[in-house]
Ligand binder design. Structure first.
Ligand SMILES: Nc1ncnc2c1ncn2[C@@H]1O[C@H](COP(=O)(O)OP(=O)(O)OP(=O)(O)O)[C@@H](O)[C@H]1O
Length: 657
């Protein structure tokens, strides 16, 4: 006989059933009350009033001689009936309203979201009191009153779930196949939205049972002589000292149902909200193993052949996570517009890191953030930037703010240089990450959201996520704050992470640790990244490909090894000379580039770097150099002389890297 491995899933179920036992009993007793009750719960027998528990009356009798056990069992039936009715109304209405709003987006979504916010923020019991005050007590009015404030959380959950799926390739494919709105919502969006709603419902059972009991306790719920737990409590209250069996059994029943409901909800929510960032580590996307190595070349400037959104480019060499073409950015300047980035094209392939490097003011940050609408509002962005390929591809230049919200924080995560400016000093790190999780549509109840946040903090390399979540930003070091930012950026399971100078404010050791975290995310999650840095040493440790920028243009681009070992452009040469290398003798002076950094792509008629270039000739001043392919197709450089191309006519191979 072989002992099979223990089944953890089975144990989880056993525990869930044990936790839910009071609820299961509540349901069974509620349904079978007429069979189980030994007596009529409304039959008076004044001669047998206030009898203590005995074999004849297991839970004693009340002051009217009614059998307490029978009243408790029938009380379960009433609570169960009202709770079921309220749940049916609020879950159906809430999930439907939320799903439609999440699907439609735009103003309909905004209006519904505001209404949900208002309803959720109202004290539920006050709403119920107002409704019953207007319509009078009774079971129907009780159901109406409780449903009126119970639907909103379901609507919020369903809305978030559906909004998160709105831009998915799956839905785009359905639309392309001609599926109508009703079918898309009913068949494809509601079922996944119902799952978290049902989890929430398990907790809501306790809230509703408590609501029914409270309203009956106040004389506004189920009217006497019907047995109801809240009513039994108020009837037993004057006898707490002399006849404990009147108030204690209904009190214990209410407490048990509420506790069981909350515990079950938490348990189910833990499974429901487990972060699927971890699920991203799947064979098809992991870099390690036998998966096909994505094409190394990740940067190109020509030909500008945009992949239109919706077209299917299935082969790996055509797959891009981000495809930017002819990107230009200008700002208003003394009545005119001044370009700070001009005609820039780059692309990021799956699981690859592209580094944008250059001196300060060269336009790296602008080029990296422009596709995502993260520049100042007065920036004018033109060109094309397509996120993803196939049916899920999205044109990023020019969409409405609502559409952007579906991309930023979800499909794209951003890490900024100054974590102190990003993090609110008055909020804990956990609150920041929780918010990012909720914004990404992956929030659940508070504890479940926090569990997701802690997983994300762990993923970002923070060893004690629970303690970090409780800390304020000022209690963390710069490196830890950057990791917290990374955790926030990962909340939406992004396809692309954009990191703007993520390590520049850190000391060398911490810098190395953070680079290791980013490399691990790339390697383990096959995450694509755009890293902005002025530091070629940083880039050399992390990037798969590099685009060197000068005065708003790419001057050299290609795979990391090609650019670092066989650089062509004199500007790249200058940047490399400024990097300290291992083994350099102490006291060695590093070469610095003469002159001022270029300020913009339109400031010079010819090559922007010519005024500082040791190789510049008259032609350079008048002729703007194109980004040309060197020896290998992916390696390009914009220099008339091409010193790095050994065989080129006029080339000066000796001066190359
Ligand atoms: N809001 C703005 N209004 C006007 N010009 C701007 C604005 N933001 C950036 N610029 C200009 O755009 C150019 C590129 O700036 P960007 O921040 O992209 O450079 P960078 O290479 O990332 O430099 P750094 O490393 O210093 O951030 C600079 O000349 C800068 O002055």
């Amino acid at each position: 006989m072989t002992g099979g491995p223990r089944d953890p899933a089975g144990r989880v179920w056993v525990r869930a059933v044990l936790v839910a036992m009071p609820l299961i009993l509540f349901a069974i007793v509620g349904v079978l009350a007429p069979v189980l009750a030994p007596a009529d719960p409304t039959a008076n027998d004044l001669a047998a009033g206030l009898l203590p528990p005995s074999p004849e009356h297991v839970l004693g009798t009340d002051q009217l001689g009614r059998d307490q056990l029978s009243r408790l069992l029938y009380g379960a039936q009433i609570s169960l009936a009202v709770t079921s009715a309220v749940l049916a109304v609020s879950l159906t209405a809430g999930a439907a309203i939320g799903a439609v709003a999440g699907y439609l987006g735009g103003w309909a979504d905004r209006v519904v979201s505001r209404v949900i916010d208002v309803v959720v923020s109202l004290p539920g019991m006050l709403v119920a009191l107002a409704v019953i005050g207007v319509r009078g007590p009774g079971v129907e009015n009780l159901v109406l009153a409780l449903s009126l404030w119970s639907w909103a959380p379901y609507a919020r959950i369903a809305r978030a779930r559906v909004a998160g799926m709105r831009g998915s390739p799956h839905l785009d494919a359905l639309r392309l196949l001609g599926a109508g709105r009703g079918r898309v919502i009913g068949r494809h969006l509601l079922p996944p939205a119902l799952a978290p709603c049902l989890v929430y419902a398990s907790t809501d059972v306790g809230t509703i049972v408590l609501g029914v009991a409270t309203l009956s306790f106040l004389g506004l719920g189920v009217a006497p002589p019907h047995a109801e737990w809240g009513q039994m409590l108020i009837e037993g209250r004057p006898f707490l000292a002399s006849a404990w069996w009147l108030a204690y059994p209904p009190g214990i029943a209410i407490t048990a149902v509420v506790f069981a409901s909350n515990l079950l909800g938490e348990r189910l929510a833990a499974g429901e909200e487990r972060p699927s960032v971890l699920r991203m580590v799947r064979p098809g996307r992991a870099r390690s193993g036998q998966t096909p190595e994505p094409a190394r070349a990740a940067v190109t400037a020509e030909p500008p052949a945009p992949i239109p959104p919706g077209s299917a480019h299935g082969s790996p060499e055509h797959q891009t996570v981000l495809l930017v073409r002819d990107l230009s950015v200008s700002y208003p300047d003394r009545g005119e517009r001044r370009r700070v980035v001009a005609g820039m094209s780059y692309e990021v392939r799956p699981g690859q890191i592209l580094a944008l490097v250059g001196e300060t003011g060269s336009g790296k940050t602008t080029a990296a953030l422009a596709p995502f609408g993260l520049l100042d509002p007065d920036a004018r962005v033109t060109g094309s930037a397509v996120l993803g390929t196939g049916p899920g591809a999205r044109q990023l230049v020019g969409p409405a703010p609502g559409e952007r919200r579906q991309i930023n924080g979800r499909r794209v995560g951003v890490v900024f240089q100054d974590s102190a400016a990003v993090l609110n000093p008055l909020r804990t790190i956990g609150a920041h990450v929780d918010e990012a999780v909720r914004n990404a549509g992956r929030g659940g109840r508070r504890a479940a959201t926090r569990r997701v946040s802690e997983e994300l903090l762990r993923l970002a390399g923070l060893p004690d996520p629970a303690a970090v979540a409780r800390a304020s930003p000022h209690q963390l070091s710069g490196g830890m704050r950057q990791r917290a930012q990374i955790a926030m950026a990962l909340a939406g399971e992004p396809e692309l992470l954009v990191a703007d100078e993520p390590t520049s404010a850190l000391d060398v050791t911490v810098q190395a640790q953070l680079l290791a975290v980013l490399a691990r995310l790339r390697d383990e999650l096959a995450m694509s990244m755009v890293i902005v840095s002025h530091d070629l040493a940083v880039v050399a440790r992390l990037a798969d490909s590099v685009a060197v920028m000068y005065a708003g243009r790419i001057v050299e681009s290609g795979p990391l090894a090609a650019v670092i070992n066989n650089c062509d452009h004199p500007y790249t040469r200058g940047l490399l000379d400024a990097v300290p290398r291992p083994g350099t003798a102490p006291g060695t002076r590093f070469r610095t580039m003469p002159g001022q950094a270029g300020t913009g792509p339109d400031d010079a008629e010819g090559c922007g770097f010519a005024p500082r270039c040791p190789l510049a000739t008259a032609a350079c001043v008048h002729e703007p150099p194109a980004l040309e392919t060197l020896v290998r197709a992916a390696h390009r450089s914009a220099c008339l002389h091409h010193p790095g191309r050994p065989a080129a006519a006029g080339g000066r191979g000796a001066d190359s890297c």
